[in-house]
Design a protein around this ligand. Structure first.
Ligand SMILES: CC(C)(COP(=O)(O)OP(=O)(O)OC[C@H]1O[C@@H](n2cnc3c(N)ncnc32)[C@H](O)[C@@H]1OP(=O)(O)O)[C@@H](O)C(=O)NCCC(=O)NCCS
Length: 371
């Protein structure tokens, strides 16, 4: 038995390779830094689902199909319209994906359903954001790539090339990460031969927790609370003395640099453009320095995503939903892989409870019963 299933091999997969000791991440054989430099959301989705990079004609058709599927069905829109303005964004997203399963044609082939979910999830997050702020809803724009269209629908402005690239980098870095909690959840649900919408809804539910997708929001709160780089060291000491976790640090697999955090730190250094950003980045750097020195624990990807998303003028409560948007191609690739060679996932527990309790009728029970 390994608590939290640490180091347990729970299946085979040809999607993503992580070398935790060397800090390496590879999708379908391609190093993450090559994909960040040269690829984008759409091409990585194709790679994850089709096991290879697309040829130009294939990519054209694939992106055209994705663009044609961005609009959310009216039924999903009215479900979202009925939500209170202060609803939790991740709860709303779970509802939207489950509702999409009701409004999409159940007879569509799996790749069409996957394309529908991956295309619409960006529109859904933007829709939920605009609903919460009571802003006019915007239609997706077919002349924009996925990342640019997403930013447009959230902010209401067509982004410049640098912002579009930054958003694409975040999506590419989030696209897959082997059997993390949400992906494992998606595979467990798929292994019962439940549908793909239910699998992705369950994955979103798993991502919601602060130990998984919710950490990036906490990092931003932490940086605000610290307020100045010279207070970072004492902040860490106080938290560690109380045996509290510092958000944005540590990883089940990476025992050295998380390659995604390294890439994001480099981007953060390039985009920093105001005194506030310079101060926040200095706080992050100081926190990282102290944690590595004191505990040998490195920043993970969530440590820098908030900084970058704020630079893109994305509000904090959209951070975890954006993680979901980025991770969707990976969840879908894992669901496809699970269906292709399925056996229901059903581990066993080491039973540690009583075995020979004697049933006493209700009327004869007085006080606490100890079996
Ligand atoms: C990611 C995470 C959930 C991995 O959990 P895990 O593999 O179960 O690791 P554990 O929680 O068992 O931690 C192992 C040791 O490192 C310490 N540790 C791990 N992450 C830490 C953190 N963020 N801050 C302080 N200590 C940490 C633990 O206290 C534990 O120390 P101990 O052996 O002295 O008790 C964990 O590192 C964490 O909670 N990080 C903060 C949340 C976060 O950033 N999540 C985003 C993940 S991408």
């Amino acid at each position: 038995m390994s608590k939290g299933l640490e180091d347990v091999v729970a299946g085979t997969s040809a999607i993503t390779f992580i070398d935790g000791a060397r800090g390496r991440l590879v999708y379908r054989g391609y190093d993450i830094s090559d994909l960040v430099d040269h690829s984008n959301y759409e091409e990585v989705a194709y790679l994850l689902w089709h096991e290879r990079l697309p040829k130009p004609d294939e990519f054209k058709l694939f992106t055209k199909d994705l663009v044609s599927k961005r609009k959310i069905p009216a039924g999903v829109r009215s479900s979202l319209d009925s939500l209170s303005y202060d609803c939790d964004t991740m709860d709303a997203l779970e509802m939207a994906i489950a509702a999409l399963g009701i409004y999409d044609d159940p007879h569509l082939p799996l790749d069409e359903k996957a394309a529908s979910i991956a295309s619409k999830i960006g529109s859904m997050v933007a829709y939920i954001h605009r609903h919460k702020y009571q802003l006019p809803q915007l239609e997706p724009r077919s002349d924009l790539g996925f990342a640019a269209d997403f930013l447009y629908m959230v902010t209401g402005e067509v982004p410049d090339r640098a912002s579009e690239k930054l958003m694409d980098v975040l999506f590419v870095l989030h696209a897959d990460h082997e059997l993390n909690a949400s992906t494992f959840t998606a595979r467990v649900v798929a292994s019962t031969l439940s549908d793909v919408y239910s699998s992705v809804t369950a994955a979103v539910a798993a991502l919601k927790g602060p130990l998984h997708g919710g950490a990036n929001e906490r990092v931003v709160e932490m940086v605000q609370e610290i307020g100045s780089p010279d207070r970072a060291e004492s902040y860490i000491h106080e938290r560690l003395a109380r045996k509290e976790k510092i958000m944005g640090f540590g990883h089940r697999i990476y025992k050295t640099n998380d390659p995604r955090a390294k890439i994001l730190r480099a981007y953060a250094g390039e985009i920093v453009s105001s005194d506030e950003e310079r101060k926040n980045l200095a706080i992050l750097d100081r926190l990282a320095e102290v944690m590595i020195r004191e505990k040998g624990i490195y920043p993970n990807m969530d440590f820098y995503t908030g900084f970058i998303l704020h630079h893109l003028r994305i509000p904090t409560y959209l951070f975890t939903p954006i993680f979901a948007v980025g991770r969707t191609p990976g969840w879908l690739a894992h669901v496809m892989e699970q269906y292709a060679d399925n056996r229901i996932i059903r581990p066993i527990a080491e039973y540690v409870g009583p075995k020979d309790a004697v049933y006493i009728p209700m009327e004869l029970r007085s006080g606490n019963i100890v079996a």
